[in-house]
Design a protein around this ligand. Structure first.
Ligand code: HEM
Length: 158
């Protein structure tokens, strides 16, 4: 259903320029990977805290509030640096099961991190009992890990 859209995207002058020039792709890939590491740091600092590890001397709401801008802005950079890569290799991405896997995990990850985890991390330790924060922390780590594995498999196997 989306095939004509991906075909149109890949044929745009911007996509062709991006694909055929030497520097844009590696530069944008580097930016994408730097954003991955900032995003992972901002994510893990809170997820580990929900699991009772890491910076246990800080309260969960305080840590989550401090990490939030890093999380939001690194995701904005991931999106902006992911788009030109996707546009320039549009049909390869369309036919890659790993690309769709990655996008589904990103959608789920966004809901878990920015909706469910936000609620859990807004209250002091103990408010939701001992189990829910751990379930949310592990779910968040698992979802974003599967995003990165899916992303790497696009390059390796598609
Ligand atoms: C929604 C926004 C995103 C878009 C549109 C996007 C798009 C892409 C594209 C098109 C590639 C290149 C795949 C290829 O053909 O080899 C890529 C690579 C990658 N992306 Fe994303 N991405 C996004 C978000 C993310 C997020 C949230 C993460 C991780 C937290 C991530 C991690 C990676 C990694 C690890 C690679 C592999 C780089 C490599 O193999 O050198 N991306 N992304």
């Amino acid at each position: 259903m989306l095939q004509p859209f991906f075909q149109w995207m890949g044929g745009l002058p911007f996509s062709q320029f991006f694909l055929e020039s030497v520097w844009p792709t590696p530069i944008i890939q580097c930016i994408h990977l730097i954003a991955v590491s900032v995003f992972a740091g901002a994510l893990l600092i809170v997820d580990l805290r929900l699991l009772g590890r890491g910076l246990t001397s800080s309260s969960i709401p305080k840590l989550a509030a401090a990490a939030q801008p890093w999380l939001v802005w690194s995701f904005v950079v991931l999106f902006l640096s992911g788009m030109p890569q996707m546009m320039s290799t549009a049909l390869k991405e369309y036919y890659s099961p790993f690309f769709w896997w990655k996008m589904e995990m990103v959608a789920l990850g966004l809901i878990v991190t920015f909706v469910v985890r936000k609620v859990i991390a807004s209250k002091e330790e103990g408010h939701f009992g001992p189990v829910w924060p751990k379930v949310v922390g592990i779910t968040s780590i698992s979802l974003w890990t599967s995003v990165t594995i899916g992303a790497r498999l696009i390059g390796l196997l598609s």
